[in-house]
Structure formats: C-alpha cells, structure tokens
Write a protein that binds this ligand. Structure first.
Ligand SMILES: NC(=O)c1ccc[n+]([C@@H]2O[C@H](COP(=O)([O-])OP(=O)(O)OC[C@H]3O[C@@H](n4cnc5c(N)ncnc54)[C@H](O)[C@@H]3O)[C@@H](O)[C@H]2O)c1
Ligand SMILES: O=C(O)CC[C@@H](O)C(=O)O
Length: 468
C-alpha cells in the first residue's frame, strides 16, 4: 500500500494548511546542496507550507541498531510513530516487523535483502544511519519505489583517527604489551618496535576516509602512496600508484578503504600477502569481505605480516555479547590466538560526534522524503527537488510518481495532470527508474482521488504518492 491522501478530515485539512514561522536551517552537510525554499529569502520568511502525507501520526517507523538520539528526536518531533530497538533483528523477526512500517532506519548489520523487502508492502524509504549501503539490495528497493538514504561522510574522520591510532599501536605492539601487563607480566622490549616517522603508508581506496587519513599520516612524518580505480588528486605530497601490486610492494603499512563490491571481495588474499613487504602491517576498517582472513592468519604465522588491525568481519553479530567464536566465523579462535593483532567490534564510526551528526543528517533526509518527496542525497533514486510550497499556494497538492523509465510515460502522465494547473514539475531518471514531482493547484478533494487512481492505473507505475 502507498500513501495517497484521499480522505481528508476537516481537522486534518486545517492541519495541512499550518505554516512554520521558524523552520530551522539544518546543520547537516547535505543542506548545503539544497536550494532553500523561496520563503527563506527576504521578506517572505513566514510562508513555508508543511506538506504532510496523511496525518503524520499514521507514519510508522522502525529504528534498529541503536540509532542515535539526534535522529530519533527529529522523527519523533514530526509526530511519527517510532519504534526503537538497540540491536538488529534476524530475518524472520525483521520480516514480521517490516510488513507494517513506512520507514526503516538501520546501520550496517541489518540485511535488507530482496527476500525481506518483498514483504515490506508499506515501505517508502530506508535510512542507513552509516556510510555503507552494501547491506541493502539497492536495485530491488529502487525497482519497488523505495528510496534509500545514507550519511556519506559524517563518520569519515572518526575512522581515519582510529586507523592513525592503530598504525602507532601496531608499530609499538601496544595491544600485546597492554594485555601482558593486564595479566601481571612486565615485558619491556624494543625488538620489532618502530617509529612511524619515515615509514610508508599504502592506502587502498582514496575516497572520503582514505584521503583524510593521508593528511593525518603525513603530519606524523609518514610517506603516503595510494591505489584507487579512479584518478584522484593527491593531497599533500602523497602519490597515486598505478596498481595494487606496486602499493603492496612499497608500503610498510597497508590500509583498506574501499566499499564492498564484487571487485573488492577478498581483494587482499594469498597472492597479495605474498606481494607485501616482509614485516609489514595490514589494517582493514572497510568491510569484512575485503580481506581473506584465513590467508591473513597464514601470513601472520609465517611472519610475513608483523601485525594487523581488523574492525570488520565477514559475519558480525546482531548485537553486543559473547559472540566472537568459531560458530560466527570458522576461523575466529585461530584469529584470536595471534600476537600483535588488534580486533575491534566495527567501531570505526562509533564516536559521539559521528553518531550525532549521522542521526541529524539521515533523520532530516527521511523527514524531507516522507513529507515533501525530496530525493536529494538518495543513493538509489534520481535526485529531485522542488522549492517548498508556500501559504500563498492555496489548494495545492504535490504529486510524486515513481515509474519505470520507458518511452512515452511522460506524455501519459501529462495528459492526466493536464486537466489541472501544473505550477512546477521536475523529473529525472537513474537506470530503470524515473521520479517525477509536480506541484498542482486548484485541485479539489475528488480531483485528488481521480489523479491518484489514474496515475496508479498506468502500466509504468511503480508508486504514486500525493502530498498536500
Ligand atoms: N569501520 C567502520 O566503522 C566504517 C565506517 C565508515 C565506512 N566504512 C567502510 O569504508 C568504506 C570506504 O568509505 P569512504 O567513505 O572512504 O568511501 P568513498 O566512497 O568515499 O571511497 C571509496 C574509494 O574506493 C575506491 N574504490 C572502489 N573500488 C575500488 C577498487 N576495486 N580498487 C581500488 N579502489 C576502489 C573508490 O574509487 C573511492 O575513491 C565504506 O564503503 C564502508 O564500507 C567503515
Ligand atoms: O555504524 C555502523 O554500524 C556502520 C559504520 C560504518 O561501517 C559505516 O558504513 O558507516
């Protein structure tokens, strides 16, 4: 079911005409990419009209994985029904819950596969309160008119800082010394312990995190080389290398910052460990599938790799607890037995600063999408925005028509809309899916119903929403 606004009770109609005098300007990074509503400029400050799909109290939201309070507050302030859970859910429980909701908020653990999304008949939007979106079947979501938003760089700095800490910790074997002393063992050694000054850091993936790390590492006196499939501007005195083999052969520290993609699956395996310098170090804070862990275990046992830091794993538990054993990942006990290996539970982005910023950014994106249909920042849909309606636009509705990107659709849609006064309209496509947004005036109650039914009857229709 989608969210047409068909039966408009009298009190609801009044509510829909309410205005915000002090609509807050977001501190979110995405806000800089939005054209502000016209009412923000000059004297027309007071006239932004809030679009609302149904009563906001009818919108049901499920937030999993301990989404930050900032995000919860933004959604609760809208009057939506918000259910909040600290952990992720196994597939059967997820399917049970997702059937009922219009919006779901997750982090990296919740797998929104086609199997799960097939059951999500009311779902209009997914908020990934993190950077990675590999846990969501983005294509299935787009094909079914479900928009997906994430926070592309709010935790990048936190990850980069963690990696800097790990570079020094590995070079000085800090984890081992600390563990020993926790057990009462005084072991003052310098063998195999190094300064990082003058050493080479090899960064695989020079995106938001990799490039930030590059600047921090140079400040500690390291030389930086990087490998990326895209030709990218080098920051500071860092240098891009032509292929992964060159990077592995030159770097004292290798760190992975690529997304999970078919091409990045086990991109560090037996052959790549062979190419690394003897006594070098490996760090992976990207995704667990990027490093072949049994191959890492072998490389550490032979001394080829002198130390490693892992923040991510092929299988990660849904919540906190005593789970890091062989039944989660078959090699877990072998891994735990290794020296100079820092194991962290996917905390690269887990800082107060990052989580608070992500909560705001994704929370606001969800509200803009639910209330106004704006797709700016969506990762699987065309990005479409229209300036907000103002109080002066009386009897206006906003039509959102998500459809298959095939020839002839716009002609048919405009025939339907053409009976009314179309004030503004925007459409864009991304792959097989197109998104049309139109503001229409002088539409009465029956007109809304007719429009909705006519649009829904088009073969190309994926989802129709009408906001007023
Ligand atoms: N540990 C954590 O808590 C944590 C936090 C944030 C992000 N991450 C992970 O880190 C990844 C990277 O984050 P980001 O924000 O820097 O992403 P980004 O998209 O800004 O950068 C990724 C870079 O990798 C490059 N790349 C893609 N495929 C490649 C390949 N086959 N070989 C070499 N380079 C390739 C891209 O061109 C891009 O420059 C995310 O996708 C996410 O999975 C983990
Ligand atoms: O907070 C998380 O669960 C995910 C963190 C990180 O991997 C990301 O993709 O942003």
């Amino acid at each position: 079911m989608v969210l047409p606004a068909l039966d408009i009770p009298a009190d609801r109609a009044a509510d829909s005409r309410r205005v915000s005098i002090t609509r807050s300007v977001s501190t979110s990074p995405t806000a800089t990419f939005m054209s502000p509503p016209s009412s923000f400029s000059g004297a027309r400050k007071a006239s932004v009209k809030h679009l609302k799909p149904f009563n906001t109290g009818d919108i049901k939201i499920l937030l999993l994985e301990n989404v930050n309070q900032t995000g919860r507050d933004i959604l609760l302030k809208q009057g939506y029904q918000v259910e909040f859970l600290k952990s992720s859910l196994p597939e059967d429980k997820l399917i049970e819950k997702i059937r009922d909701v219009h919006v779901i908020g997750i982090r990296s653990k919740t797998k929104l596969t086609a199997n799960v999304l097939r059951e999500a008949k009311n779902l209009i939007v997914i908020g990934c309160f993190c950077i990675g979106t590999n846990q969501v079947d983005l294509q299935y979501a787009a094909d079914h008119g479900i928009a997906v938003f994430n926070s592309p760089f709010s935790n990048s700095r936190s990850v980069a800082e963690l990696v800097i800490g790990e570079i020094i910790a590995l070079a000085r074997q800090l984890g081992d010394r600390s563990n020993e002393l926790h057990q009462g063992i005084w072991n003052k050694v310098s063998k195999g312990c190094w300064e990082v000054r003058g050493k080479t850091l090899g960064i695989i993936g020079y995106g938001h995190i990799g490039s930030q790390l590059s600047v921090l590492a140079e400040a500690m006196g390291m030389s930086v080389i990087y490998y990326d499939i895209v030709n990218l501007m080098a920051l500071g005195t860092s240098k891009q290398v032509p292929d992964l083999g060159v990077l592995l052969g030159e770097a004292d520290f290798v760190t992975c910052h690529v997304p999970e993609l078919p091409e990045t699956q086990r991109m560090i395996g037996p052959k790549q460990f062979e190419q690394m310098r003897t006594g070098s170090y490996l760090i992976n804070a990207s995704r667990g599938s990027v490093v072949d862990i049994p191959a890492l275990i072998d490389a550490m046992r032979t001394g080829k790799v002198a130390g490693a830091a892992l923040d991510v794993y092929p299988n990660e538990p849904a919540g906190n607890g005593n789970y890091f054993h062989n039944d989660l990942n078959t090699w877990a006990e072998d891994l735990r037995s290794l020296k100079n290996l820092i194991l962290t539970p996917h905390i690269g982005g887990s800082t107060e600063e990052a989580q608070s910023a992500i909560g705001i950014e994704v929370g606001e994106a969800l509200v803009r999408y639910v209330n106004e249909g704006v797709t700016l920042g969506a990762v699987n849909m065309p990005e479409v925005n229209l300036r907000s309606l103002t109080l002066e636009d009386s009897d206006h509705i906003r039509v959102i028509f998500i459809h298959q990107n095939i020839p002839g659709v716009l002609r048919k849609v405009n025939e339907i809309l053409g009976d009314h006064n179309v004030d503004k309209q925007m459409t864009d496509s991304r792959g097989d899916v197109a998104y049309l947004m139109a503001d229409i005036s002088n539409v009465d109650h029956n007109g809304v119903r007719e429009l909705y039914e006519e649009l829904e009857s088009l073969n190309s229709c994926i989802k129709t929403r009408i906001l007023y």
